[in-house]
Write a protein that binds this ligand. Structure first.
Ligand code: ATP
Length: 311
């Protein structure tokens, strides 16, 4: 009997996401907030290639601005690999190559996708066969959005956003994403929300007692109806993100004037996601926003979560 040869490289891919609904609860004593999120995974992917190595290293290429991505041990992909090694008792390391297509600090969970793709890649490379149900708990230790990058599709996230339940979704939604040339820090946007809530600033909604996803959102996703979904896109972080970066309001207005059914700041921003009625309107909107000198990409959702790619 011959032992199976250890793989020389594992290639995985995980998607970025749009929060089509995000409600934020009150600031808790531990500094966190409960949230209710409707996640949709979209067709902007992070590719991770994992090679055998004695220690841990990462290099990053991609089609998005990369200057804010660390390549030391603070990169979430390295943290993911080290965590899996520690939990499984694996003694070696890994050399990771990330090919990024999700905007960095864009509110679309690019780092989370890297973490999910890395967990999957290292588990296959090292042959550690970590149970899938435990993998989601491990993912949650790395960040609230990491479990969703693992599962993909459409899901409701509660707690910190990491308690997932799948949601039914039909068809394909067409998105046009306006990328900013600056980042917005997620903690800074939450801080802005808390401060404004404390001062009862008018355009900021008060904290709900128990955040929950609007039933209309679930119905629109189930029906696969972009017009219905456009009516109920919602993000509690949008107003604070606009307070920090007022130019986002102009971007939202520009998209809505050029045929978008609706626009929403994605997560903590600054990416603005526009929902289009169909592929033709998405193309027209992409042309109009590009003509206004915005950096624009199109994406569709929902798409699958982290998976191994056979090249
Ligand atoms: P989210 O929507 O989950 O809040 P985001 O999409 O806004 O996240 P990311 O691009 O995931 O933001 O990264 C946020 C921060 O994490 C950046 O400041 C960056 O320096 C750091 N970081 C660490 N590892 C990575 C990585 N692999 N890719 C991108 N950023 C990373």
């Amino acid at each position: 009997m011959t032992a199976e040869a250890a793989p020389t490289m594992i290639h995985t891919r995980a998607p970025g996401k749009i929060n089509v609904f995000l409600q934020v609860g009150a600031l808790e004593d531990d500094g966190y907030h409960d949230v209710a999120i409707a996640y949709q995974a979209v067709s902007l992917y992070e590719d991770v290639r994992a090679y055998p190595a004695d220690d841990f290293s990462v290099s990053v290429t991609g089609t998005v601005e990369l200057s804010r991505v660390p390549t030391d041990g603070s990169n979430i992909a390295i943290r993911a690999a080290r965590l899996l090694a520690a939990r499984t008792g694996y003694r070696g390391g890994v050399r990771l190559e990330i090919d990024k297509h999700v905007p960095v600090t864009g509110g679309m969970g690019g780092g989370s996708a890297d973490a999910a793709a890395t967990l999957l890649a290292c588990d296959a490379l090292w042959g550690t066969a970590f149970p899938r149900e435990d993998m989601l708990d491990l993912a949650a230790e790395l960040g609230a959005d990491v479990p969703f990058a693992f599962t993909g599709g459409t899901a409701i996230g509660t707690g910190r956003g990491d308690q997932l339940s799948p949601a039914l979704a039909k068809g394909q939604f067409h998105w046009v994403l306006a990328l900013a040339d600056f980042g917005l820090s997620t903690p800074a946007v939450y801080r802005e929300l808390d401060e404004h809530r404390a001062r009862h600033i008018q355009d900021i909604s008060p904290a709900p007692v128990a955040p929950s996803v609007d039933a209309n959102v679930l119905q629109a996703l189930r029906a696969g109806d972009p017009h219905m979904l456009a009516e109920c896109l919602y993000n509690d972080l949008q107003a604070p993100a606009i307070h920090l970066e007022p130019s986002l309001a102009d971007v939202l207005e520009l998209g809505e004037r050029n045929g978008a059914l609706a626009g929403i700041v994605s997560g903590s921003g600054p990416t603005v996601a526009f929902l289009a009625a169909d592929i033709d309107s998405a193309l027209e909107l992409q042309i109009a926003l590009s003509a206004a000198q915005l950096t624009v990409v199109r994406a569709t959702g929902p798409v699958h979560g982290a998976r191994i790619v056979t090249d």
